[in-house]
Design a protein around this ligand. Structure first.
Ligand code: CA
Length: 230
């Protein structure tokens, strides 16, 4: 299941996209303007954006430009959705870092196929990134050995603690809600519940001192990895 944000102001197309993407098993959120779309993207993580070009307030080109200049949003795949008459804007959008486009009226099958390709490529990139060792000062996070080392000392992490640390470290600067993190780290050595997540974070912080400040609490949201100070 992927999280898809549709930024589109035409109710018919909103409904068409939501219905079909949900039927494919995706979680879909709709925003009707450029500003609302950007606000939503900064509120929680998304795997892909379907971006209409003609929008109230900020248009699709402007949204694309802002996303590609923002470290937290730069890697989210963007598929532009455009009218036939806006084809010159498509070229501009692709130049700004959009990944693909569909032209209205589009065939649902074509839209779904393009979404699938973009999600698969993003996953490949993620999979490669997830095999790399991460070095932050003396702290090394090694996903192949499922181990964290500080200096010469192996940090005795549980599998859940390791997954939590590794997931956050591979997505620096992004604030994740508790349920989001649960999704990513559960299925390991124990059943993780909403309440126990905070306990795992507390234990993890205690074990990785003096690097505990890497994991910030974001009030009202959850947690965020902040390696800016190291
Ligand atoms: Ca529009």
């Amino acid at each position: 299941m992927s999280r898809i944000l549709v930024i589109e102001d035409e109710p018919d197309i909103q409904t068409l996209m939501q219905f079909n993407l949900q039927r494919e098993g995706h979680q879909v959120t709709i925003m009707g303007s450029g500003d609302d779309g950007l606000h939503e993207l900064r509120r929680q993580p998304y795997d892909l954006v379907l971006l209409d070009l003609m929008l109230p307030d900020k248009d699709g080109i402007e949204v694309c430009r802002i996303m590609r200049a923002d470290a937290n949003l730069v890697s989210i795949p963007i598929i532009m959705v455009t009218a036939k008459s806006e084809e010159s804007d498509v070229v501009l959008g692709l130049g700004l870092g959009a990944d693909d486009y569909v032209i209205k009226p589009f065939r649902v099958k074509e839209l779904l196929a393009r979404v699938k390709v973009r999600l698969a490529r993003a996953q490949d990139v993620d999979a490669n990134a997830s095999k790399k060792r991460i070095h932050i000062g003396q702290l090394i996070i090694d996903p192949v050995r499922h181990a964290a080392v500080i200096g010469e000392e192996v940090v005795p992490l549980t599998l859940t603690e390791f997954k939590l640390l590794h997931f956050l470290a591979t997505h620096p600067g992004v604030a994740y809600g508790r349920y989001d993190l649960l999704d990513r780290v559960s299925g390991g050595d124990s059943v993780v519940t909403d309440r126990t997540l905070d306990v795992h974070v507390r234990n993890l912080r205690a074990k990785i001192k003096p690097y505990d400040q890497l994991i910030e609490t974001v009030r009202g949201v959850g947690y965020r990895f902040n390696d800016a100070t190291h």
